[in-house]
Design a protein around this ligand. Structure first.
Ligand code: ZN
Ligand code: ZN
Length: 409
């Protein structure tokens, strides 16, 4: 298939399996400038599917960087609250949300950590009203990615730019199943498999998960009334969508006060323009009390110091080591892909969909069950072909869930 055909299949997949755009629904897209050809195709498919209005907000790495190079020092506590409030307003009015990732993973490497942490904090605070509607699954939303020159060069540093971009696109099409004869049907089948997995885990009602592997010895308590989710889900507006394309994970809410032991990362994490690698942390009663990182330690420290909840967990996800993304052997330096190559955990905000009847419970009740609250939600990868995971029942008995990174049940 030609690149044009694949791009079109990917756009169609995004609109139908990813977002499931409804007749009369608005769509709000954010995208890197280099993704214009993809955005044009998505927009076309969205209108054909009945969208009433598609609005795209483009971001450009060069102008983002200009702020760090030229803006006055007192500028870094500023964030576009007006824009984020407008997004929240759009979601309340029923608009769907598509985020297209593709930024340069190390755009802000080497920038003043103080400026980065102030800018990130201001942004997180201003974004909160919109993020709450997304994490609360108020509307159908989806995150996908577009190969951009800067991102492609970071994944394939040895290749000329055009070759790197073409190779990254091929990897994206393969990992998202967009290169199969009927991608929409392939996603229905994939989603059904993930649903069988979550049904099994939900029936088990484990009290905790126990992780063992090189550098990892972790007892991770699960929130009371936790619910495992994976694949397609029904948003509160009734629309069934796939929030991530690709997705290979089943995930739930950890108990924010019941995580103990040590765990180390198995893949690099790209966070707000910094590449963080070789993370090793120790938890005590849910909180990170010690941390080191081989690379980007300042960025990780700043992340977990954002607020009280940023040093506690909001998500735990299981992904088999043999996932298509893992099998590609590529380290994408992008969470959307890397998190689906490996089991992971996330510091920060938990998803309300991971607690039973969350919409009927107060914030205090959710917190008492173990749900975490924070301005941030950042996944990082801990899974590998050497990690064993056991499910711990309420009576303390253990059941092997994953052996050397693969499902054992
Ligand atoms: Zn996840
Ligand atoms: Zn996550």
């Amino acid at each position: 298939m030609t690149h044009e055909k694949l791009l079109d299949a990917y756009a169609n997949l995004t609109v139908h399996s990813g977002l499931n755009i409804q007749h009369g629904q608005q769509l709000l897209i954010s995208a890197p400038l280099d993704a214009v050809p993809l955005v044009r195709r998505i927009t076309e498919h969205a209108y054909k599917a009945g969208a009433s209005l598609v609005t795209t907000i483009y971001a450009d790495d060069v102008t983002s960087l200009a702020r760090y190079n030229f803006a006055p020092d007192d500028a870094f506590d500023t964030a576009p609250a007006w824009l984020f409030n407008g997004m929240a307003e759009a979601f309340k009015g029923g608009a769907a949300r598509l985020a297209i990732a593709g930024e340069d993973p190390s755009l802000l490497a080497g920038q003043d950590p103080q400026k980065l942490s102030r800018a990130n904090k201001a942004r997180s605070l201003a974004y909160r009203p919109a993020l709450e509607l997304i994490t609360g699954f108020a509307i159908n939303w989806c995150v996908i990615a577009a190969a951009t020159p800067a991102w492609a060069k970071s994944v394939f540093p040895g290749l000329p730019e055009a070759e790197a971009v073409a190779k990254l696109w091929d990897a994206i099409f393969a990992c998202t199943r967009a290169d199969l004869p009927d991608p929409v049907k392939a996603w229905e089948e994939h989603s059904a498999n993930l649903a069988r997995r979550t049904a099994f885990l939900n029936e088990r009602r484990y009290r905790a998960l126990k992780y063992s592997g090189p550098g990892t010895d972790l007892m991770l308590g699960l929130a009371e009334d936790h619910v495992w989710k994976g694949g397609a889900g029904r948003a509160r507006n009734g629309v069934i969508c796939n929030a991530n394309i690709p997705t290979e994970e089943v995930f739930t809410a950890p108990h924010k006060d019941m995580v103990d032991g040590t765990v180390c990362s198995s893949k690099p994490l790209s966070y707000q323009g910094s590449l963080i690698d070789g993370i090793k942390v120790r938890f005590e009663r849910g909180k990170i009390v010690e941390m080191t990182a081989a690379k980007g330690e300042d960025a990780f420290r700043s992340l977990i110091s954002t607020d009280e909840g940023a040093a506690r967990l909001g998500e735990v996800a299981l992904v088999p080591h043999s996932s298509p993304i893992s099998k590609s052997g590529i380290i994408f330096n992008n969470t959307l892909f890397d998190e689906n190559a490996a089991s992971h955990i996330a510091v920060g905000q938990s998803y309300t969909e991971n607690i039973r009847d969350a919409s009927k419970r107060s914030k205090e009740e959710l917190s008492a069950l173990g749900a975490n609250s924070s301005l941030v939600h950042v996944d990082w990868m801990i899974g590998s072909g050497e990690l064993d995971v056991e499910g711990i029942h309420a009576d303390g008995s253990a059941e092997l869930l994953m052996r050397k990174g693969e499902w054992a049940v």
